[in-house]
Design a protein around this ligand. Structure first.
Ligand SMILES: Cc1cc2nc3c(=O)[nH]c(=O)nc-3n(C[C@H](O)[C@H](O)[C@H](O)COP(=O)(O)OP(=O)(O)OC[C@H]3O[C@@H](n4cnc5c(N)ncnc54)[C@H](O)[C@@H]3O)c2cc1C
Ligand code: FES
Ligand code: FES
Length: 459
């Protein structure tokens, strides 16, 4: 495939195999060796570059996705004579030792400062949470970012993209066929032909392709399908395009205000470079029981719109999963939209993830919870947990034990609901945790949510 993009301010065209990783195109085809390979699976941030103003892991991104985009690598930030303020600050603060992680850390810092020129310390830590460093220690890195924030800088990604967009032309030697449709209708028509791998943000697929578990022959990429992007408000619901990157959801004022448990869950997915690409459609279709964005969808009573060449249908999010990594979605269907009813006024929402570390950890247990108080009683209680069985589940026993319960009796209700939740889940022992721990944490998270309702005034 022939991809044309703007890289470090210069327009370039390269002919590469479509699924070659952007990291390899940068290093092998363009001689830009600043981006490094650490893990090759989105975990370490050593390969991070800025794509259209957002931090991405170039080890996960198929080359064709760079077509028509603006890419900036560490080579494009500054020169030895005129370094970027972030680079100068890293040197001044002694934040560089072996240097292997530094291009990625510098790019993550630059992406943060371009969007948020004066970030707080916790925000800096959050923005860099996906970048691992083995030797420097993060304190100096954080100080460097604070110091760079004091120096004004021209934003990256400000250059115009290389002309009006059209799909990249295929080359005779391409080993994979790429479809980048602009409309849902065209996307469904491609899918109807069969044998096509759907690509959302490629954050799950990128890992599977790296490990050679998946080797697509033909891909249907949703990143240019307009109908699948954005958040629309209407008919008492927020309708979220299934291919909307998490980063867009995090910046959406309606999602932040009306769906705080979904907002919190999205913020807990991976780290910023994963959030720049990953989508709700991928989280759902991937079918992992540990998917973080899924429990809020069940707790909020979301419906999923599935689209195919033959038409559309809707299914309740809690009826989507049929078993471990199995869903009701047919091969010819896309997850097109997630329809989340606006919660009744006064609904209290929460999301909690128990993992081994703040970023990039798959949940040992996660819980999304919603409830409101009316006339001194709990109403519309919905609890959904992940990593406690083959699929994300509604905790129906705990929900039933709470529904209608009197607020005056909250502590007893919390204990009973916690016990019900522990009893009804079916977790397993695995590398991340034990079944016994997961049962106990599920109960504790439910208890904690119920107790947190003390002080809610309700109606
Ligand atoms: C380093 C790292 C950290 C991660 N951390 C987390 C985490 O903390 N929590 C978490 O939940 N996940 C995590 N993930 C997993 C992943 O980021 C999420 O599952 C993400 O939501 C996948 O979305 P995607 O668009 O990238 O999916 P893709 O990789 O593009 O696709 C995943 C699957 O869904 C299918 N698919 C994608 N979109 C659609 C659609 N609209 N309709 C039908 N099928 C579709 C694809 O064919 C594929 O089978 C992490 C991944 C990495 C690499
Ligand atoms: S090489 Fe580790 S995130 Fe890409
Ligand atoms: S400076 Fe060596 S890995 Fe970070």
């Amino acid at each position: 495939v022939k991809i044309a993009f703007t890289i470090n301010g210069e327009r370039r065209t390269v002919e590469v195999q479509p699924l070659k990783r952007l990291l390899d195109v940068l290093r092998e085809d363009l001689g830009l060796t600043g981006a490094k390979e650490g893990c090759g699976e989105g975990e370490c941030g050593a390969c991070a570059v800025i794509l259209d103003g957002r931090l991405v892991d170039s080890c996960l991104l198929p080359a064709y996705r760079a077509h028509g985009r603006v890419v900036r690598t560490v080579e494009g930030l500054g020169t030895p004579e005129q370094p970027d303020p972030v680079q100068s600050a890293f040197v001044a603060e002694g934040a560089v030792q072996c240097g292997y992680c530094i291009p990625g850390l510098v790019m993550a810092s630059r992406a943060l400062l371009d969007e948020e020129p004066s970030p707080s310390r916790p925000r800096i830590r959050e923005a860099l949470a996906g970048n691992l460093c083995r030797c420097t220690g993060y304190e100096r890195v954080v100080r460097a970012v604070e110091s760079a924030a004091l120096t004004p800088h021209r934003a990256c990604g400000a250059e115009p993209p290389p002309g009006p967009w059209s799909p990249p032309p295929a080359s005779p030697g391409d080993d994979v066929r790429v479809h980048l449709p602009a409309t849902l209708r065209d996307a469904c028509a491609v899918l109807a032909r069969g044998g096509v791998t759907v690509v959302g943000g490629a954050t799950d697929l990128g890992v599977l392709m790296h490990e050679e578990i998946v080797a697509p022959r033909e891909v249907l990429d949703l990143s240019r399908v307009a109908e699948l992007h954005g958040v629309r408000r209407g008919d008492g619901a927020l309708v979220i395009g299934a291919a909307t990157p998490y980063a867009d959801l995090l910046r959406d004022a309606d999602v932040a205000r009306d769906l705080p448990c979904l907002h919190a869950a999205v913020r807990a997915v991976g780290a910023p470079a994963i959030q720049s690409l990953g989508t709700l459609g991928g989280n759902l279709a991937n079918g992992s029981p540990g998917a973080d964005a899924v429990p809020p969808l069940l707790a909020l009573g979301a419906r999923l719109r599935l689209a195919s060449h033959g038409g559309e249908r809707e299914v309740a999010a809690d009826a989507f999963f049929t078993g471990y990594r199995a869903t009701v979605r047919r091969d010819d269907e896309l997850v097109a939209a997630i329809i989340v009813p606006l919660p009744a006024a006064g609904t209290r929402q929460s999301f909690h993830k128990a993992g081994t570390r703040r970023a990039q950890a798959i949940a040992k247990v996660n819980l999304a919870a919603c409830a409101r108080i009316e006339d001194g009683a709990l109403r519309d209680v919905r609890l959904a947990a992940g990593s406690v069985g083959p699929t994300v589940v509604l905790l129906r026993g705990a929900m039933a034990s709470l529904e209608g319960g009197k607020v005056a009796d909250l502590d007893r209700l919390a204990a009973a609901a916690g016990a019900a939740a522990s009893a009804e889940v079916a977790p397993i022992d695995d590398v991340r945790s034990t079944a016994a721990y997961r049962r106990e944490v599920t109960g504790n998270l439910v208890k904690r949510f119920v107790v947190s309702l003390h002080g809610e005034r309700g109606r």
